[in-house]
Design a protein around this ligand. Structure first.
Ligand code: SF4
Length: 204
């Protein structure tokens, strides 16, 4: 019979917070010797591969990375110069610039240091993964609220999301959502129990 480990229902918030940070630090490993990118560059490459169309902007990335526009721009310039990101004009606002990973950028993501954490998550039971999928966005939203920074999340936990029959609808942009967009990161995300809009406009 498989051995089950005891759980500690009384684990303090301090211990859980430290464990979360430890998992994050050890999973990233971007600064290990031989890594082709810095931690900030990996974060940027991942963000632009996983954000929805309207959120692939420098300001949305700056919010996600909790950094300044200037620092974020510097990271994007470096990735662009290395041929890993490419810029294009927004279809809806010609003054806005959007970034997309190039083929080379997507190829590099297959060597993402986070792949070890992804593999570890794949070993969890469906119930445990569902619990994490429910809890982590809540934690991220609480943290963003406490810091006064915009939350970034996906449609499943967003106040603007509406299921209309077979279709998914975003009340923020007033448009239907394609199935593939529902799991993408969004800078206009508003946590479900929040009545106000996003804490900042990161969509330009
Ligand atoms: S429903 Fe929310 S997360 Fe989804 S696209 Fe709209 S604002 Fe973004």
């Amino acid at each position: 019979m498989a051995m089950t480990h005891p759980t500690d229902p009384d684990a303090g918030a301090d211990v859980l917070a430290e464990l979360l940070v430890h998992v994050g630090r050890s999973a990233r490993g971007e600064d290990a010797e031989g890594s082709p990118l810095t931690a900030a560059q990996w974060t940027a490459l991942r963000f632009f591969a996983r954000a929805n169309r309207r959120s692939r902007t420098p300001s949305a990335f700056a919010s996600f990375q909790a950094t300044t526009r200037g620092t974020a721009s510097q990271t994007l310039k470096t990735l662009e110069a290395r041929g890993l990101l490419e810029r294009r004009k927004s279809d809806t606002d010609r003054r806005s610039v959007l970034f997309e990973p190039t083929e080379e950028g997507r190829a590099l993501l297959r060597r993402d240091p986070l792949r070890h954490l992804m593999a570890a998550l794949d070993t969890l039971s469906p119930g445990d993964r569902a619990a994490l999928a429910r809890l982590l966005p809540d934690l991220a939203a609480h943290l963003a609220g406490a810091r006064g920074s915009p939350a970034i999340g996906t449609c499943a936990n967003c106040n603007h999301y509406e299921a209309r029959g077979e279709n998914a609808y975003c009340a923020c942009v007033g448009a239907s959502l394609a199935p593939f967009e529902i799991g993408q990161l969004c800078a206009s995300f508003t946590p479900q129990d929040t009545k106000a809009g996003p804490a900042g406009d990161a969509s330009a």
